[in-house]
Design a protein around this ligand. Structure first.
Ligand SMILES: O=C(O)CCC(=O)C(=O)O
Length: 312
């Protein structure tokens, strides 16, 4: 009897979550085509930013391959900001390592992804006094994200990560496995390496051309709430050696990436990987699939219109 009831409950649950999924998908499409993104596209096309050569190259790379590799100092020749980000990272690393030795329960981690210690995680209050947040909200970064997305984007997630080394024989879990991000059909993630990242530090990896619309976009294609984590071996077999790019790089490496394409990383085995990251997505994503990780603690009046749109 108990068994029958449990099976019935499981079936009800399954139907309910299938219905819920359909609802979320429909909401996303509606916001993409009509409710949110249409106005956002109009705002962008009525006021296109002028990009310099470096920004134009980033956009061209993203369009061609789904990623663009640069260096923070080339991208944003703003030494004081870089120094402040480095300071922020040094403090985060030292606090993390003290807690790892003394009070691991104090580490900010998310369930199922305990290998990443986060500076902020979700629910943070962030203002322009936070250097990485200031960089992410800068016109320079935002103009790239908005131009690639073709709309006024939302800065959805901002954080600094410390990926803890683990045994080489450990199984890859969560984002250490190949996946497409569920957030949006087209999105921009940035990764700024805050230490030198070699093979032992779990470099980010990406399959060029795998974003929707790319040559490999049809492999387990992106769908809202779709099958985002195919079996690793099967994906690798399909890639047939024409595979992935591995982003080892020195401190200061800055990567822009459309992570609706296949990627993985953070499988550090020899030393920790420390990086700053941010996600820019469309308003439709925030309306249906995702949640902003922070609230802006400053005054919206101090921001120009696209920045206010992105941060609030
Ligand atoms: O940690 C990494 O390199 C991968 C991160 C990732 O999968 C993501 O941010 O979506």
């Amino acid at each position: 009897m108990h068994r029958t009831k449990t099976r019935f409950a499981a079936r009800v649950n399954h139907v309910a979550s299938a219905l819920e999924k359909r609802g979320v998908r429909a909401t996303y499409e509606l916001h993409d085509h009509v409710l949110s993104n249409r106005a956002s596209r109009r705002r962008f096309s009525g006021n296109r930013p002028e990009l310099d050569e470096v920004q134009q190259r980033v956009i061209a790379d993203l369009e061609r391959d789904g990623y663009s590799l640069t260096n923070f100092l080339d991208f944003a020749a703003d030494d004081p900001l870089w120094a402040s980000i480095e300071e922020q990272a040094t403090q985060f690393v030292s606090e993390t390592e003290v807690a790892m030795r003394g009070d691991p329960a104090a580490l900010r981690v998310r369930q199922g992804k305990e290998f990443v210690v986060r500076l902020h995680s979700y629910g943070a209050e962030l203002g322009l006094d936070d250097p990485w947040f200031r960089a992410c909200g800068s016109q320079r970064m935002l103009d790239v994200a908005n131009t690639y997305l073709g709309l006024w984007s939302k800065l959805e997630y901002v954080d600094v990560w410390y990926s803890r080394p683990q045994p080489e024989e450990a199984d890859r879990v969560s984002s250490q496995r190949w996946h497409r991000d569920f957030n949006d059909r087209r999105l921009v993630k940035t990764f700024l390496y805050l230490v030198d990242v070699d093979e032992g530090a779990g470099p980010f990896q990406y399959v060029p051309g795998s974003a929707p619309g790319g040559a490999k976009g049809d492999l387990w294609p992106w769908k809202p709430l779709g099958e985002n984590y195919p079996p690793e071996e099967e994906l690798e077999r399909q890639l047939d050696g024409s595979g992935a790019r591995v982003f080892t790089g020195s401190r200061g490496t800055l990567l822009f990436c459309n992570t609706a394409g296949f990627h993985r990383g953070g499988f550090a085995t020899a030393k920790p990987r420390v990086l700053a990251t941010a996600t820019y997505s469309s308003p439709a994503s925030l309306a249906s699939l995702t949640e902003r990780s922070y609230t802006f603690s400053g005054s919206p009046d101090e921001l120009d219109e696209p920045t206010r749109f992105a941060l609030t």
